[in-house]
Structure formats: structure tokens, C-alpha cells
Design a protein. Structure first.
Length: 258
């Protein structure tokens, strides 16, 4: 499609992929092609189900992991409804963090969950991990999120997916909330790749024997990801589940404390 609007030289640096979140196409465009970004956006509108095209602006910022997006083409909006494995998630791309690329990883996690588990999800965002699990398993889930706007969408999504009786939502800092939880969990999910390992002391506080931890880490190899865990643990698995840059990937390390 881009052959219609770019030269041969421009095609060499053109983006080769983009994300689809609900009916919004999200693309990153190099500075050298900024003059043609509108034409690129118009080409993306030709894909089925894409009604809006946004371009990523700057880096992910602050503790809420949000970023700016610029409108390129289609309907002028940043809120959408994203379908994923039988669930639906309402979100505004500029107000909350959400990665559609983790869909298969979320499926991998809920596939391991057994009925009657008590589960803690730290850094829960708009709720994709807890909602996906609750939709498919008979469980009790405690979920913590610090971004008030993400919590708002999380509560809407719980109702939208009809799992209100299985999920208890806490708004605030995990460092303040976890020590107050009077419960030990069978499984703890920590989907915060940057420095999540620094919160392992909290996870240990509410773990029991054989509690399974799913810790997400940015690293340049599986070996480095595992090495970042400064605790005595039994490694169950280490899965690469996305890229951050050419050198760094996102890994999920599944383990138990010894």
C-alpha cells in the first residue's frame, strides 16, 4: 500500500508494521517521513475495521506508562473498544497503558490457572489480565492499579465482561496496599516490565508455599531476565513475549520462591 505514496528510497525506512487497538490503527513514523505521514495514515484506513489512525509521539512517560498520540486520519478520537479472546476492553490510548501485543501472553497465563485459585494482579491497568482469567476460571482476584483513569476504565470493563463478583479492585500504590491485604495468594501476576523485580519483596509478603509468580522484565536475554531476580527461587519457565528495542525484549519469568 505504501508503494502508492512513497518513493523507493522512502520505502526502505518506512514502517513495516502497526498495532490495531479496537478500531484504531497506531503507527510509528520516522522523522524523515513526517511530511508524508497524512498519506501513510490514509493508506491504513483501507484496512478492514480501522476507522482512526494515530501516530505515536515521544516516549512512554511517568509512572502511568502513558504516551501522546497525534491524529492522522479517519474519525477524530482516542477512545475505543478492543476485543481479545472473548473479552472487550474500553480504553483511551492517551490516558492508560495497554498493549494488544500481549494478548497471546495473557492467554498463556489464564491457561495455567486452576479453579478456586486466589490471585493477585499488581499494576493491573484497565484489567486485561484479571478479566481474562475471571472470564474463563472460577477464581477470586485482587487487582491493584495506581492510575485513577485506568481504574475508571477497569471498573467499566469488569461490568462490561460480567465478572464483577470475581474481581476486587484497589486504587493506589502497591507498596501501600499489598502490606494491608490479609490474604496469601496462589498466583501473583506482575505485568510491569520496567523494574517490577524491585517489588518482589511485596510479592513474597503475600505468598505461601508453591505460590506461582509471573514476573515481567525487560532484558537482552533469558539469562539476564532470570539473573535480575535477586531472590532464591525455583524457575518454572521463561518466555519471550515482545520486544522493546532491537536489543531488549520483554520476558515473563514464571517461578516459585524457595
Amino acid at each position: 500500500m505504501l508503494e502508492k505514496v512513497l518513493t523507493e528510497e522512502e520505502l526502505k525506512i518506512a514502517p513495516s508494521s502497526f498495532d490495531v487497538i479496537g478500531d484504531i490503527g497506531v503507527i510509528k513514523i520516522p522523522d524523515e517521513l513526517k511530511k508524508k505521514e497524512k498519506k501513510i495514515g490514509e493508506q491504513l484506513l483501507k484496512f478492514k475495521n480501522i476507522k482512526t489512525v494515530l501516530v505515536k509521539e515521544g516516549k512512554v512517560r511517568n509512572e502511568f506508562r502513558v504516551r501522546k498520540y497525534k491524529f492522522l486520519a479517519g474519525e477524530r478520537k482516542k477512545e475505543t473498544l478492543h476485543p481479545e479472546y472473548g473479552c472487550r476492553y474500553k480504553l483511551n490510548l492517551e490516558k492508560v497503558y495497554f498493549s494488544p501485543r500481549l494478548g497471546s501472553e495473557r492467554e498463556r497465563i489464564w491457561g495455567q490457572v486452576k479453579n478456586d485459585e486466589k490471585i493477585l494482579v499488581m499494576f493491573a491497568g484497565i484489567g486485561p489480565y484479571p478479566i481474562q482469567i475471571a472470564k474463563n476460571k472460577d477464581v477470586i482476584i485482587y487487582a491493584i492499579e495506581i492510575n485513577p483513569k485506568a481504574v475508571k476504565y477497569f471498573k467499566e470493563n469488569v461490568k462490561l465482561n460480567k465478572v464483577t463478583d470475581k474481581i476486587k479492585i484497589f486504587e493506589g500504590d502497591v507498596r501501600e496496599i499489598v502490606p494491608k491485604l490479609k490474604m496469601k495468594f496462589d498466583r501473583i501476576i506482575m505485568p510491569l516490565p520496567k523494574e517490577a523485580e524491585t517489588f518482589l519483596g511485596l510479592a513474597k509478603l503475600v505468598s505461601k508455599r508453591n505460590t506461582i509468580i509471573h514476573l515481567y522484565i525487560f532484558a537482552n536475554s533469558k539469562k539476564e531476565a532470570i539473573k535480575k531476580i535477586d531472590e532464591k527461587v525455583k524457575i518454572l519457565n521463561c518466555v519471550e513475549c515482545g520486544t522493546y528495542s532491537k536489543e531488549i525484549s520483554r520476558y515473563c519469568v514464571d517461578f516459585e520462591f524457595k
